[in-house]
Unconditional design. Sequence first.
Length: 361
Amino acid sequence: MTTMTKRPLQKTAILGRLAVLALGLGMAASVQAADKIVLRVSHFLPSTSNAQVNMIQPWCDKIAKESNQRMVCQIYPAMQLGGTPGQLFDQAKDGVADIVWTLSTQASGRFTKSAVYELPWLVPNAEIGSRALWEFTHKYAMDEYKGVHPIFMHTHGGTLLHFVDKQPKTLDDFKGLKIRSANRVNSKMLTAIGAAPVQMPLPAVPDAVSKGVVDGAAVPWEGVPAIKLDEITHYHFDVPKGQPRMGNSIFLFGMNQARYDSLPPDLKKVIDDNSGEEVSAWAGRTVFDEREADFMKVSKANGSVFHYMSDAEYKRWIDATKNVSNEWIKDVDAKGGNGAKLYAEAEAIIHKLMAQAANKK
């Protein structure tokens, strides 16, 4: 065989090997793409909200990195998968979304025991509230979360009241005022002080306030910039600095149980490594407590008035709302639980965590 004959044959062989290699790489890429798990994450606030930017997106980035991009999120903010905020838990349970971030008690009447940390004067800050919520729920209330696997839970920094043109200062000034409430417990607290609660989800608040449907709104500082309430309201009524506020909300970042169970062991471990009490504490601390001063900036810049109760007035509010906790106890008893015992345990967990935090300083 001549050299001229050998060269075309060698070239053909090389091209053949390259084609096989390319085919193999293409098949490998296709298999890898097919193996990639995309988790649909749904929530009720805009994509620019603190919750997405500083909590949901960082969590998603972390699991993508730790899974070598084999498991990634596709986030659907502002209810883009349809439905209402009150339906988010069921969307996770039914598999409409793989993961949801939701204010649990917007699904009214279903999270009675968990809602203990929505009661007034109980949660000192979001980090302790979030740790307490995780611990209490996993000890006493997991039956309320069937079908959804909790990844983390949290509270916010506590509710305060925001007004456009009214400036109530004492308990008596609130009688008859229409005030947006975040949940059933919050409504009972407002009723106890003589106000008229109007329960609605957070995204509906700006329109209701600006049109005078309500006189004011119970909203934590974290929620104010998310809905641009800082551009509408100019008077902010709060408890004495450092005291537990007049209510809270409990939040769940949870995954469809069947979707979680279907994950291969290594990817399930990635979820587990980014779940639990410490992640709950991270959400409370870094997403809420450490950012509260930033949330207040626009309100301060627009010349808003900040009113803090006196210690004597704070005691009046506590006395006026004592029955709110008693009603929660009765609700738990009506569902077969021991409300007084669970309330005492919820308090004990808070006191334990406060002591631990004080010892670390």
